[in-house]
Ligand binder design. Sequence first.
Ligand SMILES: [Zn+2]
Length: 176
Amino acid sequence: MNYTDALKLLQNGNKQYVANKQSGDYSPAKRDELVKGQSPYAVIVTCSDSRVVPEAMFSAGLGELFVIRVAGNVIGEHELGSILYATKHCHTNLVVILGHTHCGAVHATIAGCNEDHIVSLTSMIKEAIGDEKDEIKASKINAAYGREKVKPEVGETVKVVSALFDIETGIVTFEE
Ligand SMILES: [Zn+2]
């Protein structure tokens, strides 16, 4: 599927979700159909936050989204490898780096957290946001930073966008 149609599907799916009319096929029949292979129309790189569920917010079912989750939706080697697997081998043409409001990882970065292992995330977020103290702005900057990091890796036929999920309204706002 081309990235324009894929983006429309995500936008329409999010409208359904916001209207509390989300859908998504998780039936045994769908499972059977997908045994032969997957061709997800979008890669979603997002946070591990339990309030951020890509399949729900985009009204998607089995086989539709290739989801990569890591706290703070940072883009490191594992994330890039996963993205490239999807774009090269599953022929997915749209990549979304999705941040969200009230992100604990962004909050921890602004607060200067450098705890064991968590610093592997906050140091990457710090690199993206610099001295930004506003959490919403910082989440947007962090996602945009990831977007720019991914762009040169995937080639020109793949569209990379960033987005912000508002955990209160459920609305996803996209940015190119
Ligand atoms: Zn988060």
